[in-house]
Ligand binder design. Sequence first.
Ligand code: GAR
Length: 210
Amino acid sequence: KRRVVVLISGNGSNLQALIDAQSHDRLSGEIVAVVSNEAGAYGLKRAHEAGIDAVALPHREYDSREAYDSALITVIERHEPDLIVLAGFMRILSPHFVERYEGRMLNIHPSLLPAYQGLNTHARALADGITEHGCSVHFVTEELDGGPVAIQAVVNVEAGESEESLKEKVHAREHLILPIAVNWFLEGRLRFAGDSATIDGVTLPRHGMR
Ligand code: GAR
């Protein structure tokens, strides 16, 4: 079985979507470990309850990003992963880390990339008055939230939509598309091709599958 390590920082509802897929025999691999940079992350509890190795690696105990990322690599390598999934991992990774896992690291991001890279995506989207918003799963490259997109889910922004309701709608879609992209990768269908992602050998458009 292909081995997956999931990195989290908080609630872990996207991790839960992967755990649920696994427990229904719908994950084409195995989640072998969950690592959080926040010791109190609820996602660690979810992992533990699912019988998955749950590791807290608090970044505050390290002097520099490089030192932390090196420790993170050591922990990850113990589990010999085929794929790293960033599921609400709220830290910027150093080039050294990104290079090491390039082409085998996916991130879930709450916007239709390349729109709204970074934080506070829902508030910014609402402030701009856009009518379509959503989420993306993309390969992680050195450019923050800039790597090739595998898949997106689009939601309509209704008149008078609140940030909270938009966030909730997008979250529900995240839970749908993350397991899809992870399975595509684990099945050898989704590949990183530098500037783009391919599925079954076909180059995906900039916004991935929709
Ligand atoms: C998700 O909405 C994810 O897209 C976002 O954090 C949330 C984590 O929720 N990730 C980022 O903003 C990455 N920069 P979860 O812990 O319930 O999965």
